[in-house]
Design a protein around this ligand. Structure first.
Ligand SMILES: [Zn+2]
Length: 453
């Protein structure tokens, strides 16, 4: 095997962390490299303790779902702990990720670590700090296949969808087929249950919000609405804001990695530095770098899963480098999560365009309710959209102009007015994608790109 001798740079060197943070990173890295079977082959790549820890991270590859599957759950358990014993003792469970991209991974689920990661994320938002005690009532509106009790034919009672302090508002996974009666029921249950926090897929809650506004229904407003599970579209977010008189925060994470970023009350996303380290890999300048790039997540303190430099599969935009008014100074700060790498599209000239750029451009189109952009060829894009009012043609014209501003004058844009747009299974809404998916590895700036990507 030949060693890659190119020195890789690390963005973490430019971030601020609390005093114990580099040591925490170093302990985490040592545990992976020297006490966890799946990282055996990484050991020779480690420049060693004489190097700063962020440079050690930068010298290592990225961990992908492929490696997670190959190593299996047991391969990533540190210190030779035995999964069978953990299962026997009911300390852990095995959970398969929902497989949005068809590549399911079996994860060891250790609830105390998940709870600690969630609680750490709450510390980054003033509304969450005040409202989320850990014993608070929570309403959840997501695909029941991701969390809750699925039932696609017939309906379940409120009792059947309640689990301790959690109420799962829908047993149906496709909001485009929700009946008015079902949405009326959700509103009634919100008014009875009075959740302190309402956690939702933005597209699901937007659908309910449009119903609430159209019917002028009185609805209980929680202390905080947390958007998670999928990319929060600006359109969906503003529809939710019209129905609920509550602060809204976006929470970002993954089944494999726990809570990774939390939006503060000033609207920026802060790294949950108490439970994870994030390496930022900028795109090359022609693709939006150095502010736009991908992230690799390393988790701290999970006794059942050593996760180092996990490629979580999303594109993010770093904040504009001014201190956040909320006062949080630690770790990476983002302006936005820009969407999944599998949802990247390309301009006719081959420039990467993330979901976030498409979304911000379409957000200003008056009368646009929902949309999906599919790139069908190198310069052809098809927009399916839902419009409200009588302005269908006007919406199409304005949306075409907005997309041309993103993709450039050579873009050929066709449109199709539809009644509703369904989420992809298991219940995640896709705003943009390319028929022939973009190879996100070639977009990276070489100075930061890990070997193997
Ligand atoms: Zn902030």
């Amino acid at each position: 095997m030949s060693m890659d001798t190119t020195i890789k740079h690390s963005f973490a060197l430019a971030s601020r962390y609390k005093a114990h943070y580099p040591e925490r990173c170093s302990e985490t890295l040592d545990e992976a490299l020297y006490s966890t079977e799946a990282y055996d082959t990484w050991r020779t790549l480690d420049p060693g303790h004489a190097s700063p820890v962020f440079s050690r991270f930068a010298a290592l590859p990225a961990l992908t779902k492929r490696e997670l599957r190959a190593g299996g759950p047991q391969g990533f358990v540190p210190h030779g702990r035995d999964i069978a014993e953990g299962l026997e003792a009911h300390e852990i469970e095995l959970v398969a990720t929902s497989g949005a991209t068809g590549d399911r991974v079996t994860n060891v689920w250790y609830q105390p670590w998940w709870n600690a990661s969630e609680a750490a994320s709450w510390q980054l938002n003033a509304h969450a700090r005040a409202a989320a005690t850990g014993a608070h009532r929570e309403g959840i509106l997501t695909s029941p296949w991701c969390a809750g009790f699925p039932c696609e034919e017939g309906y379940l009672t409120m009792e059947q969808r309640t689990l301790g302090r959690f109420l799962f508002l829908s047993e149906r996974s496709d909001p485009s087929s929700w009946s008015s009666d079902l949405m009326d029921r959700m509103v009634e249950e919100l008014n009875i249950f009075e959740p302190v926090v309402l956690e939702a897929n933005p597209s699901f809650l937007a659908r309910l919000s449009r119903h609430i506004v159209r019917r002028r229904l009185p609805v209980h407003s929680p202390a905080l609405i947390v958007l998670t599970y999928e990319y929060p579209s600006v359109l969906h977010r503003s529809q939710i804001g019209r129905a609920f008189d509550a602060p809204i925060a976006s929470s970002y994470g993954a089944t494999e990695a726990g809570y990774v970023f939390m939006e503060c009350e000033a609207g920026r996303l802060h790294q949950v530095a108490a439970t994870c380290h994030v390496d930022f890999l900028p795109f090359a300048p022609e693709h939006g770098g150095p502010d736009v790039g991908r992230i690799l997540v390393t988790t701290f303190g999970n006794p059942w899963r050593s996760l180092v430099r996990f490629d979580i599969g999303d594109v993010v935009r770093l904040d504009g480098h001014t201190p956040c008014p909320c006062g949080c100074r630690e770790g990476l700060t983002l302006t936005a999560v820009e969407g999944r790498t599998i949802n990247l599209t390309l301009s006719p000239e081959g420039r990467a365009v993330a979901q976030g750029s498409v979304d911000r451009a379409l957000a200003s189109v008056a009368g646009l309710v929902e949309y999906q952009v599919l790139q069908t060829g190198s310069s052809t894009y098809h927009l399916r959209y839902v419009a409200e009012g009588n302005s269908v043609e006007g919406v199409a014209n304005e949306a075409r102009d907005a997309l041309r501003a993103v993709y450039g004058p050579a873009a050929v844009i066709t449109t199709d007015s539809v009644d509703a747009i369904a989420p992809d299974p298991p219940g995640k809404y896709v705003l943009s994608k390319r028929l022939d998916p973009v190879d996100a590895d070639v977009l990276l700036d070489d100075q930061f790109a890990p070997s193997g990507l």
